[in-house]
Design a protein around this ligand. Structure first.
Ligand code: ADP
Length: 164
C-alpha cells in the first residue's frame, strides 16, 4: 500500500519552515498532499487560489507533492485521499501542547491514522506566518522567510491587494 501523508495548515503564506518540513518528509512517504484548510467564516490574508498557486510553484518539479483545498475535518480529508498519516511540524513547546491534544483526539477517533511530527530546523523556529503577514502588511520585505520558487512580484502585488 502506498504511504500517503497529508500536511494540513492554513499556509497564509507558505513559508520556508513549511517547505523544509515537506522536503524532509519526502523520503518517508510515497505522496504528500498539502491540504489548505478553508473556512468560509475565517478571513485569510492571502486569497486561497493564490496560496494554492504559490505552493504549486514551489513544488512544480516534485511529483510526489500535491496541493488541495479542504473545508472540514482533517481526518475526513485523510479518508478522501486515502492518507494514513498526518504530517505536522513542531517549533516550540507551545506547538507541542497544541498538537498533542489534536493528535491524541484524532487517534482516539481514527486509530488507523497516525500523526507524524518533524521538529523544525533550529533556524526555522522563529518563522511563523503571523509575523510574515505583519511584515508584509507594513510594507517590509519578507522574502527571506519565503520559499525561493515563489514569484515575488505576484507576492508583492497580492500583498498590496490584501492591504487595501
Ligand atoms: P495551522 O494554522 O494549522 O497551525 P500553519 O499554516 O500555521 O497552520 O502550519 C501548518 C503546519 O506547519 C503546522 O504543523 C505548523 O506547526 C507547521 N509549521 C509552521 N511554521 C513552521 C516552521 N517555521 N517550521 C516548522 N514547521 C512549521
Amino acid at each position: 500500500m502506498k504511504k500517503i501523508a497529508i500536511f494540513p495548515g492554513s499556509f497564509d503564506p507558505f513559508s520556508i519552515g513549511h517547505e523544509s518540513i515537506v522536503n524532509r518528509a519526502l523520503s518517508l512517504f510515497d505522496k504528500i498532499v498539502i491540504m489548505i484548510g478553508y473556512n468560509a467564516n475565517k478571513k485569510s490574508f492571502f486569497p486561497i487560489e493564490q496560496r494554492v498557486r504559490w505552493i504549486n510553484q514551489v513544488f512544480q518539479n516534485v511529483d510526489k507533492v500535491e496541493v488541495k483545498i479542504h473545508d472540514g475535518l482533517t481526518v475526513d480529508f485523510c479518508k478522501e485521499v486515502g492518507a494514513q498519516y498526518i504530517l505536522r511540524g513542531l517549533r516550540t513547546s507551545a506547538d507541542f501542547e497544541y498538537e498533542r491534544a489534536i493528535a491524541q483526539i484524532n487517534k482516539q477517533m481514527h486509530p488507523e491514522i497516525e500523526t507524524i511530527f518533524l521538529l523544525t530546523l533550529p533556524e526555522h523556529t522563529p518563522v511563523n506566518a503571523t509575523i510574515i503577514r505583519d511584515i508584509v502588511f507594513h510594507g517590509g520585505d519578507a522574502s527571506k522567510f519565503l520559499p525561493k520558487g515563489l514569484n515575488m512580484e505576484e507576492f508583492k502585488m497580492n500583498s498590496k491587494k490584501s492591504n487595501e
